[in-house]
Design a protein around this ligand. Structure first.
Ligand SMILES: *[C@@H]1O[C@H](CO)[C@@H](O)[C@H](O)[C@H]1NC(C)=O
Ligand SMILES: *[C@@H]1O[C@H](CO)[C@@H](O)[C@H](O)[C@H]1NC(C)=O
Ligand SMILES: *[C@@H]1O[C@H](CO)[C@@H](O)[C@H](O)[C@H]1NC(C)=O
Ligand SMILES: *[C@@H]1O[C@H](CO)[C@@H](O)[C@H](O)[C@H]1NC(C)=O
Ligand SMILES: *[C@@H]1O[C@H](CO)[C@@H](O)[C@H](O)[C@H]1NC(C)=O
Ligand SMILES: *[C@@H]1O[C@H](CO)[C@@H](O)[C@H](O)[C@H]1NC(C)=O
Ligand SMILES: *[C@@H]1O[C@H](CO)[C@@H](O)[C@H](O)[C@H]1NC(C)=O
Ligand SMILES: *[C@@H]1O[C@H](CO)[C@@H](O)[C@H](O)[C@H]1NC(C)=O
Ligand SMILES: *[C@@H]1O[C@H](CO)[C@@H](O)[C@H](O)[C@H]1NC(C)=O
Ligand SMILES: *[C@@H]1O[C@H](CO)[C@@H](O)[C@H](O)[C@H]1NC(C)=O
Ligand SMILES: *[C@@H]1O[C@H](CO)[C@@H](O)[C@H](O)[C@H]1NC(C)=O
Ligand SMILES: *[C@@H]1O[C@H](CO)[C@@H](O)[C@H](O)[C@H]1NC(C)=O
Length: 737
């Protein structure tokens, strides 16, 4: 019997295959270069995984191997949505604690439906698209013992070889249940030799590649910080050990979520690898009352047969087109100057207006007032011991309020531009200092657990955004300020993790509250450029990217360290979503002295480029370099925002890292090349480009005449490096034919 066939635009004109077909109870999800196959097991009613990888159309008999009485039944089946307690001894995707204390669940296939486009996930960030972009398969399951129902959602974005997964779980019974574990993505891969790459780090050391073999037992990581965190990112790759940047198979998995999470690859005795990505069980225990429904966050899986580079470009394109919903996603972002590293907390309105004037005189178009502008004595925010939570301008610093000061800044005209200077400001809305009026009035609004000590980090506590009162308080002061002052950019910071939560489920409830608040604000003020930040890159995740088109990548602005951080970040996230600044030397964290050219080249590889320094600290040659840097920005930023990104050589493996952007129309290429250390030997390797047209010829600022695309990709060009540390070059290629 032929099932429902998706009416995608492609199938209507009879060219490509439908994205989703259901042949009886055999389901085939098809992308340009991916197939995802699973079926309903007739004995168990379970969903059984058949294939996730390159194109394959046929359902075949499953693996056949010696089975023992200890592990058979569900333990030897490759499952799509493993529940707990019935012969499968691996980690489950779903773990429910029932009212009578048992934790057994038996979810069985009931029905399915294919819909065009993609239903919204209530209250959660998610990818989106219409019927010509994405098709969705909804599979309903039911546990007739516990009266729990689940709807699994699979959305295929064929162009990006991407599958988005989430599920909804409804308590159809009469007793409360508690969700102890919820993995948004779960699949059992066959016995393949695999490596896991994750992005590990810490504050000022975010998203460095960590590669390890997927051995027997669990290979994985988790954040228990309440947020996606600096230490691990909710992203990982499984790859064949022979996969490179340009060749081989890679499966990328990413959770569209900002809270705690867990990622695991569990290899069991038979070698099958169970992949799980979802909530962290330590921050779950989510109650679901009779008639209530829990919606899991969404996870994205991308398959690539063209190495890690192909995988990354699929993520970048998917996220720019179908995740980041800001109308600034495809807009070039203004060059900015941020007051933080230059002035810290030490300023007056006059000093800021002077800095704004220096900003516009340098030809920089956006001035950002960082921390230190709010709170009243005795809780004025003049250092980090007081004021967070009291979001009214400090009357000692701004005697006439914010609006006249903002107007003054915006009356400056930017040198060599017809535009006035724009104004941006810093907030940290989710936090409070005990030294604040807010805390004195509402000590019950912070995360706390009974009478346990409310431990401070950076002298602050976390407001409990699970509470509607707290969400409404934040909306209130934000609307107050934004409706009275012409703010065009906001840096939304968040500078500590969660401790002492009233219950493990608070983390997820907090995230729903946070999403409600930033959904409201970004919808109400679509013209504002929103930037996420969390002590640097502590919340660089797809959940934030849904609302804010860019995030601060790291507090580490040392350009050499940044290269590793930015290359790691680009494994999943588009360079257009990274914010990167040139800061003063010696660098505040590493004390390194790196030339302004190298610092600018590293920061220019990001969608949001800027300066974070007091212009007075610039040496004359640095100041003289700024017009040239702004001219490079004007050429490069459109390529970063809407072009394709290629990692040519990684700082993890070579002294001469390099990266490349190709414009959306393929006509212009920008190559950033670096030398970390001066060396006597060996000779630098040739710089070999990627993704060019082999038959086209290219003109360049790096060579005379033209060179063919094949020559540039296969033979490469030889760069002459000065015998000095930290050298850099920006090379343009212009396609001639
Ligand atoms: C579904 O796939 C199974 C193998 O998993 C195969 O035996 C069966 O014939 C298929 N059913 C249909 C309707 O194609
Ligand atoms: C679907 O969205 C794309 C943009 O992603 C747009 O170009 C197209 O017109 C839309 N199609 C329909 C039917 O709305
Ligand atoms: C639940 O469904 C199974 C499989 O269809 C059936 O064998 C069993 O009797 C049902 N149990 C209840 C309590 O309805
Ligand atoms: C379970 O409850 C949901 C929500 O009320 C409802 O849509 C669904 O039909 C119910 N399922 C069953 C099998 O009763
Ligand atoms: C479910 O839990 C809620 C909140 O703890 C409680 O008010 C309610 O009485 C419980 N319901 C049942 C059926 O136990
Ligand atoms: C604060 O800034 C003023 C100039 O605006 C400077 O004179 C003073 O030394 C600074 N104070 C500190 C503690 O840096
Ligand atoms: C920090 O700020 C508070 C007022 O908000 C002030 O009382 C205190 O003296 C300041 N501490 C330092 C070290 O400047
Ligand atoms: C509150 O401010 C006072 C004065 O600056 C400071 O001594 C104290 O440490 C602050 N308390 C907290 C909890 O930050
Ligand atoms: C945002 O929240 C405010 C205050 O609760 C409300 O009045 C407004 O309608 C909301 N706007 C949007 C777009 O959700
Ligand atoms: C975004 O929307 C706002 C308000 O509609 C508008 O002013 C602004 O120009 C838009 N920005 C872009 C990049 O389209
Ligand atoms: C403005 O343009 C002039 C003439 O091209 C140039 O000399 C100057 O450096 C530019 N200023 C800035 C800040 O770019
Ligand atoms: C181009 O040719 C000229 C003349 O031979 C030479 O001086 C120059 O260095 C060459 N430029 C490059 C980038 O090779």
């Amino acid at each position: 019997m032929r099932g429902i066939i998706a009416l995608s635009a492609a199938s209507l004109v009879g060219v490509a295959k439908a994205a989703i077909t259901a042949n009886g109870q055999n389901f085939t999800l098809t992308g340009d270069d991916v197939s995802y196959l699973f079926h309903v097991d007739q004995e168990w009613g379970d969903l059984v995984s058949d294939h996730f990888g390159g194109p394959a159309d046929d359902f075949r008999p499953p693996e056949s191997f010696f089975q023992s009485g200890w592990s058979d039944g569900l333990a030897v089946i490759r499952r799509e949505f493993p529940d707990l307690g019935r012969s499968d001894f691996r980690l489950p995707a779903i773990h429910i604690s029932h009212a009578d204390g048992n934790t057994v669940t038996s979810l069985m296939y009931k029905s399915h439906e294919v819909v065009e486009g993609k239903p919204k996930l209530p209250g959660l960030p998610a990818t989106f698209g219409n019927g010509s972009d994405v098709t969705t398969l909804l599979v309903s399951l039911y546990d007739n013992v516990s009266d729990v129902s689940a709807v699994l959602s699979y959305s295929v974005f064929p162009k990006y070889n991407a599958i988005a997964r989430s599920f909804q779980l409804t308590n159809n019974g009469t007793q409360n249940i508690s969700i102890e574990r919820a993995s948004s993505f779960s699949i059992d891969l066959p016995n393949l030799d695999l490596e896991m790459i994750e992005l590990q780090g810490d504050w000022a050391h975010e998203r460095n590649r960590n590669v390890r073999k997927v051995q027997y037992g669990e290979t994985g990581f988790r954040s228990t910080e309440g947020y996606s965190s600096h230490v691990h990112n909710p992203f990982f790759v499984l790859q064949s050990p022979t996969t490179t940047e340009t060749n081989g198979e890679a499966w990328g998995f990413n959770l569209v979520y900002t809270g705690s999470f867990a990622a695991t690859a569990e290899r069991f005795s038979h070698g099958f690898v169970r992949v799980l990505l979802g909530l962290n069980p330590l921050h779950a225990s989510i109650p679901v009352g009779p008639g209530e429904t829990f919606t899991s966050p969404e996870a994205i899986a991308v398959y690539s047969s063209e190495g890690l580079g192909g995988m990354s470009r699929s993520f970048h394109d998917l996220y720019r087109n179908h995740l980041s919903r800001s109308n600034n996603t495809f807009a070039t972002r203004p060059v900015l100057l941020n007051s933080w590293e230059g002035l810290l907390f030490n300023y007056t309105q006059d000093r800021l207006e002077e800095l704004a004037k220096e900003t516009s005189d340098l030809g920089i178009s956006l001035f950002v007032n960082d921390d230190g502008w709010f709170g009243k004595a005795p809780y004025a925010r003049i250092n980090d011991t007081a004021g967070l939570g009291d979001w009214t301008p400090n009357p000692d610093r701004f005697p006439n309020g914010l609006a006249p000061y903002v107007n003054q800044v915006e009356s400056d005209s930017v040198d060599n531009s017809t535009q006035p200077l724009r104004f941006g400001i810093w907030f940290e809305p989710e936090m409070v200092n005990p030294n604040s009026t807010l805390y004195k009035e509402h000590p019950e609004w912070v995360l706390h657990a009974g009478t346990h000590t409310r431990t401070l980090t950076r002298n602050q506590l976390v407001l409990n955004l699970a509470m509607t009162e707290v969400q409404d308080y934040i909306l209130g002061f934000m609307h107050n300020i934004l409706s009275t002052s012409n703010v065009e950019y906001i840096k939304w910071d968040n500078n500590r993790g969660m401790h002492e939560m009233p219950s493990p489920a608070t983390d997820h409830a907090y995230m729903l509250g946070l999403y409600r608040v930033i959904d409201n604000l970004t919808t109400s003020y679509p013209g504002i450029l929103w930037e996420g930040c969390a002590s640097g890159g502590g919340r660089f995740d797809p959940g934030i990217l849904h609302y804010f088109p860019q995030s601060w990548t790291s507090d580490n602005t040392d350009a050499s360290a940044r290269l590793t951080i930015q290359m790691g970040t680009s494994l999943a996230y588009p360079p257009s979503s990274m914010a990167c600044h040139v800061s003063a030397i010696p660098n505040g964290i590493t004390h390194r002295n790196i030339s302004i050219a190298y610092r600018a080249h590293v920061a220019l590889m990001c969608g949001s480029f800027g300066f974070e320094l007091d212009p007075k600290s610039l040496a004359p040659d640095e100041r003289a370099a700024i017009p040239g840097i702004l001219a490079d920005w004007a050429k490069v930023n459109p390529l970063v925002i809407s072009g394709s990104f290629y990692r040519l050589a990684l700082p993890d493996y070579t002294n001469w890292p390099a990266a490349q952007f190709i414009s959306a129309n393929q006509s212009t290429v920008a190559v950033f090349a670096f030398q970390q250390m001066a060396t006597v030997r060996p000779a630098p390797p040739p710089l070999r480009m990627q993704g060019l047209d082999r038959s086209a010829r290219y003109r360049s600022n790096a060579f005379n005449g033209t060179l063919g695309g094949g020559t540039l990709m296969n033979a490469g060009i030889n760069l002459a490096w000065d015998p000095m540390d930290y050298q850099s070059k920006l090379i343009f290629l212009y396609r001639q034919s």
